[in-house]
Design a protein around this ligand. Structure first.
Ligand code: PLP
Length: 419
């Protein structure tokens, strides 16, 4: 009985958004001004992540150009906590948002001013809240318990605590990759309970500065983002009536997505800029003295980074080409499809030292792990690659190394470079 492979039908008809942020010269992807093979030699090993400084700067500049001047931009550090990158981001944005004591240390080490650091996250530990008070950063309060703990630390340290209330709104960010507000959530305090919490904050003597709303992540629909921003603003306006002190900061969240998968297109910033201009205009009268803040992670850093892995072996199994690489799921969980995706789809991938070859065969890029989950590209049109070639996963500047199970299967950790 002969084995017959099923006829192959390409699952993807739609193309990926073009990865034009990186240029190509002499057939090689250029990263941080270097041809990819030279960069790989400079790094000294594969796999590695590379983040391009120029692209990071350009991204922040483009965003500032599209948004009203008064909007403050914060970087959500969990997207990429590489110290050198955070150091650069700290010079480009108006603030850093952290979500743990460890991230707080990274932000302060990177030179962020405590005045411009805010700390959100459910389940902040007693010791982390103490660190936050001592550091003088803004704590986004997510429960009654945090108020009590902060009050105790303020007394013990003879310091005041800067706080904002993270609100779990009564609406959602439609069409988000990840919903983090609306309905029942572990994040923030349900909007209907906020007035009572504000009284508690006043009694505890904490220094109230405003509100934080975060509806969701990875959204490519400008209209949905505008709607959520309007609803967040209206909600904050209502809640401000219950506050004993003026709102000085209103964090409207973020959620700006980047195109990862076939058929996705880049977010249109123009309507978002226009919408925020209206809100900023209203805030001058309705919330005088309040800064409007956006907190963005992947939108700022995701497109500036690539993951580079070397092809170790080329195998053909019953007609299917497998490029076996030294990198995989353990270093890039998201590209394998196991970081919150429902259906596995391919990230944009290319053979970075054969950019002029065009797409000449259908191949699957797999890692060295002994599990079928270790898949970086499934049946993708790629340049014909040989052992030694460098495969590149684009859109890898966020939720890469730090969001991957690097210990899994005992392979060495990857290197990260800022170029
Ligand atoms: C994760 C997170 C972010 C960043 O999300 P991105 O999708 O990377 O922009 C921002 N704010 C909060 C509260 C978060 O939890």
């Amino acid at each position: 009985m002969a084995f017959e492979a099923p006829p192959y039908l390409p699952p993807q008809v739609l193309p990926h958004a073009p990865m034009h942020q990186f240029s190509v010269a002499f057939g090689e992807l250029q990263v941080g001004g270097l041809p990819l093979t030279q960069l790989a030699a400079r790094v000294g090993q594969t796999p590695f992540y590379a983040y391009d400084r120029t692209l990071l700067r350009e991204r922040v500049a483009a965003l500032r150009h599209a948004l009203p001047r008064s909007i403050q931009l914060h970087y959500a550090l969990k997207a990429n906590p590489m110290p050198a990158l955070v150091g650069l981001m700290a010079t480009l944005v108006d603030g850093i948002d952290v979500a743990s004591g460890g991230e707080l240390k990274t932000a302060l080490d990177a030179g962020a001013s405590p005045q411009a650091v805010s700390f959100a996250g459910p389940g902040k530990r007693d010791a982390e809240l103490r660190q936050a008070v001592a550091a003088g950063v803004l704590v986004n309060i997510e429960s009654e318990r945090e108020v009590q703990i902060l009050e105790r630390h303020c007394d013990a340290l003879a310091l005041s605590a800067r706080v904002a209330v993270r609100v779990n709104p009564d609406f959602e960010l439609k069409g988000s990759g990840m919903k983090m507000g609306g309905g029942s959530k572990p994040f923030g305090v349900d909007v209907e309970r906020v007035p009572q919490l504000l009284q508690h904050i006043q009694r505890a003597g904490l220094d109230f500065e405003g509100f934080h709303l975060y509806a969701g992540s990875q959204n490519l629909h400008a209209q949905a983002i505008c709607e959520a921003q309007q609803q967040s603003y209206a909600l904050a306006l209502r809640l401000a009536e219950h506050a004993h002190a003026p709102v000085r900061t209103l964090n409207l969240g973020g959620g700006f997505g980047i195109p990862y998968f076939p058929g996705e297109e880049r977010l249109d910033l123009a309507p978002i800029g226009a919408n925020l201009a209206q809100l900023a205009e209203r805030a001058v009268h309705e919330l005088p003295g309040a800064a409007l803040v956006l907190e963005l992670g992947r939108y700022l850093v995701g497109e500036a980074g690539i993951y580079v892995t070397r092809v170790l072996d080329r195998k053909v199994s019953r007609g299917q080409v497998f490029l076996v690489c030294d990198g995989g799921l353990h270093q890039h969980l998201a590209a394998s499809g196991h970081f919150g995706q429902v259906l596995r789809k391919n990230y944009p991938v290319a053979i970075g030292n054969r950019m002029d070859a065009g797409a000449t065969e259908v191949a699957s890029l797999v890692g060295p792990l002994c599990t079928p989950l270790d898949l970086l590209a499934d049946h993708m049109a790629l340049a014909v690659a040989e052992p030694g070639d460098l495969a590149v996963v684009f859109q890898s500047g966020a939720y890469g190394a730090s969001a991957s199970p690097q210990q899994f299967l005992g392979h060495p950790p990857c290197v990260e470079v800022l170029v």
